[in-house]
Write a protein that binds this ligand. Structure first.
Ligand code: MN
Length: 164
């Protein structure tokens, strides 16, 4: 080969890192609410219709509450936590699979003890996420279980946000 081609194998390092893969900011644009989450793009290639990313949420952290036309296919690799999909909250542990259908509200939250790490497969070409407006958020929060989920662990009761 005349040019150095990238190796087909990029070895895994410690702690869910990989050769040649740099952690990136979770979101490029501001405005969305999230906490303690990192992104690594494992596979992104113009010859592929999809991308595979690895996200890791630190204890107490969470991804953006959002929806969009494109789907997510998720496999949990480490830790435990919960996810909201539509109007249901599901407990998650390693090796669980999660399908996020189009236009379905979703959020992932790590538990309090360990990071929640998961693979997320998406279309390479995809629409921008939509955030809930006030009315939509109120509709979700009208359900006590969803309100408690959105407020996070340790927030049971009327006090929320800003607590350690
Ligand atoms: Mn999403």
């Amino acid at each position: 080969m005349s040019e150095a081609e990238p190796s087909p194998v990029r070895k895994s390092g410690p702690a869910f890192r990989w050769e040649g893969v740099e952690p990136r900011p979770y979101k490029d644009a501001g405005g969305a609410s999230f906490k303690a989450i990192s992104r690594q793009t494992l596979f992104s290639d113009s010859r592929l219709a999809g991308e595979l990313r690895y996200f890791e949420i630190q204890p107490g952290g969470y991804s953006t509450l959002e929806r969009h036309q494109h789907m997510h296919a998720v496999m949990v690799l480490r830790g435990e936590g919960e996810c909201l999909v539509g109007e249901r909250i599901h407990a998650l542990c390693a090796q669980d699979l999660v399908t996020i259908p189009p236009w379905t509200w979703h959020q992932f939250r790590a538990g309090e003890a360990t990071p929640l790490g998961f693979l997320c497969l998406v279309n390479a070409g995809r629409d921008r996420p939509q955030l809930p407006n006030g009315e939509e958020l109120a509709a979700l929060r009208a359900r006590p279980d969803i309100a408690a989920f959105l407020d996070g662990p340790g927030s049971a009761g009327p006090v929320k946000k800003g607590r350690p």
